[in-house]
Design a protein around this ligand. Structure first.
Ligand SMILES: [Zn+2]
Length: 135
C-alpha cells in the first residue's frame, strides 16, 4: 500500500516533468525499489539504462524494451534499452521495466524467452501488487 502510493506520486511527478519520456533517474529509482521490494535485491544493482528511438527486434517488429546481460550468475552486467516513444507514458515505462526485470531474473535459466518461467515471474509481481498503480 505504502509502496503503491509512493509509486503513484512518482508517476505523477514523472508525467508532469518529462513530456518526452520519464527520466533515466526515475527509471533507475523504480528499478532499485522494485529489485528491493519484489526480487529480494537479487537482480544486478546498477544495470545500464538507455533510452533509444525505433527499437526493433531482428524481424523488424517494434519493441518496448530489450535487455542484454553478460557475465556469471550473481555478477551479471546488464543493459536495458527502453524505447523512448513507446514508453513515453510513465506507467508504460514502469510496466516495461518490470517485464525486463523478469528477463534479468531468468537470464540464462529460462527455456523460452516468454515461456512458463517468465509468465510465473510476471504473475508473482501481480500477486505482490507491483502493478497496483500501473495497470
Ligand atoms: Zn520480453
Amino acid at each position: 500500500m505504502k509502496i503503491g502510493l509512493v509509486l503513484a506520486t512518482q508517476l505523477l511527478l514523472a508525467g508532469g516533468c518529462f513530456a518526452q519520456h520519464p527520466s533515466t533517474l526515475f527509471m533507475r529509482t523504480m528499478y532499485r525499489e522494485s529489485n528491493k521490494n519484489y526480487f529480494a535485491n537479487k537482480l544486478p544493482q546498477n544495470p545500464k539504462i538507455i533510452w533509444v528511438y525505433g527499437l526493433k527486434n531482428d524481424k523488424g517488429e517494434a519493441l518496448f524494451a530489450e535487455t542484454f546481460c553478460d557475465g556469471e550468475e550473481g555478477s551479471l552486467i546488464c543493459t536495458i534499452k527502453l524505447d523512448a516513444q513507446n514508453n513515453a507514458a510513465p506507467s508504460t515505462a514502469v510496466m516495461s521495466m518490470y517485464h525486463e526485470q523478469c528477463h534479468i531474473k531468468l537470464w540464462g535459466k529460462a527455456l523460452q524467452v516468454h515461456g512458463h518461467e517468465f509468465q510465473s515471474c510476471m504473475k508473482d509481481l501481480a500477486n505482490l501488487d507491483a502493478f497496483q498503480d500501473v495497470w
